[in-house]
Design a protein around this ligand. Structure first.
Ligand code: PMP
Length: 386
């Protein structure tokens, strides 16, 4: 693109109300944040358990820095794989009851690495249309045939699997859909993958730490485990820190170490984050009340919201999307909330389908009932006046 074309595109985005802008966060993440010099009640982050600024994680980070310094200094395969990373991989595998885990620097990189290590030209990647962008980019990068099925349409998926008989197949899905909050029908997906001999990649970025009694995510939620499942989750959401991992059968993990380019050709994330994450895993069980509180807040929000004009999508996860339709209304609604001291992001295309702009309300164990009540009241008040 030329400079003039870039400029024209920016002008067009601005005119359409689609220009994305960044805010400056001046505090730690939490229920109450300071943004651009003002205090807000916030429903924006993926810090679902309220661990991002937990004192135990801050302590563990400082201990990690004292022991390992601040930079990993190299990729995992050179000399960046510290004892802290290694312990964390062991702890994650043990926590999930899976044979092995492998850390990646981000969820985006994990998805690129896994998919392109397992699929290539002539293979088929079958993906839910509402999957996260990183899974789509991964499918494009690996040059396999990329087929996207309508959200949760298992009949369509089955037809595509049947048509791809004899070829290597990878079914990829968000376990909890990041903009809708609904949970993928994993048992049914697994049954299809068994019938048609396909891998099943589950991206549990939004379920890990949240779903299941112990926070083991979507596998615990459905009581499932199967060697054809490739389980991936991020560590910058409920775990409160940064990074991602994949867990599964031992040969799979060994093969990813040899083949996943986003694992091999990048600096390992700082070991101090691994020490923080070990503390965070400890809190998943030590402070299990956080999941209980979160569930109560989700139920409270759903029963108290009561707006007639906008549609709350059916979701039992902390992601509560209020669909308003057009981009302008979504932005006006977010601005009206902001004027009342409440931050909620307006999500517009291309992140969500056209005509389905929404507020993505995310709840956290860091919130109180009073915080959620304030949000519900503000939305009702805006509905009366907007
Ligand atoms: N998968 C899903 C479903 C996500 O929502 C996200 C992050 N928004 C990612 C992957 C990427 O994870 P990370 O932020 O660690 O790159």
């Amino acid at each position: 693109m030329t400079f003039a074309e870039l400029h024209a595109e920016l002008q067009k985005l601005k005119a359409q109300g689609l220009l994305r802008e960044r805010r400056i966060l001046e505090s730690a993440q939490g229920a109450h944040v300071r943004v651009d010099g003002r205090d807000y009640l916030a429903f924006c982050s993926n810090d679902y358990l309220g661990l991002a600024s937990h004192p135990a994680l801050i302590d563990a980070t400082c201990r990690g820095a004292a022991q390992y310094g601040v930079g990993a200094g190299a990729s995992h395969l050179i000399v960046g794989h510290s004892e802290a990373h290694h312990k964390l991989e062991g702890a994650l595998a043990q926590f999930l009851g899976l044979p092995k885990a492998l850390l990646f620097s981000t969820g985006y990189m994990a998805n690129l690495g896994i998919v392109s290590a397992l699929a290539a030209r002539n293979d088929v990647v079958l993906a839910d249309k509402l999957n996260h962008a990183s899974l789509n980019d991964a499918a494009l990068l690996c040059r396999a045939q990329f087929l996207r099925y309508t959200h949760l349409d298992l009949k369509q998926l089955e037809r595509a699997l049947a048509a791809a008989r004899g070829r290597r197949k990878l079914v990829v899905t968000d376990a909890v859909f990041s903009m809708d909050g609904d949970i993928a029908p994993v048992p049914e997906l697994l049954a299809l993958c068994e019938r048609y001999d396909a891998w099943l990649i589950l991206d549990d970025a939004h379920g890990f730490g949240v779903l299941g009694e112990a926070g083991r995510g979507v596998l615990e939620h459905f009581g499932l485990s199967d060697p054809r499942i490739i389980y991936m989750a991020t560590l910058g959401k409920a775990a409160g820190v940064f990074g991602a991992f994949v867990a599964g059968a031992e040969p799979l993990i060994e093969a990813l170490i040899q083949r996943a380019r986003t694992y091999i050709y990048t600096t390992a994330f700082p070991p101090l984050l691994a020490t923080a994450l070990l503390a965070s895993l400890h809190l998943f069980s030590e402070e299990g009340w956080r999941r209980g509180r979160l569930r109560e807040l989700i139920a409270y929000f759903k029963t108290h919201l009561g707006t007639a004009r906008w549609r709350l999508l059916p979701s039992d996860t902390p992601i509560q999307p209020l669909v308003v339709g057009d981009n302008e209304t979504a932005v006006r609604l977010a601005e009206a909330l902001r004027a009342r001291g409440i931050l909620v992001p307006a999500i517009r295309p291309p992140t969500v389908p056209k005509g389905q702009a929404r507020l993505r309300i995310s709840l956290s164990a860091a919130h109180s009932k009073e915080d959620v009540r304030r949000l519900c009241e503000a939305l009702k008040d805006i509905e009366r006046t907007l």
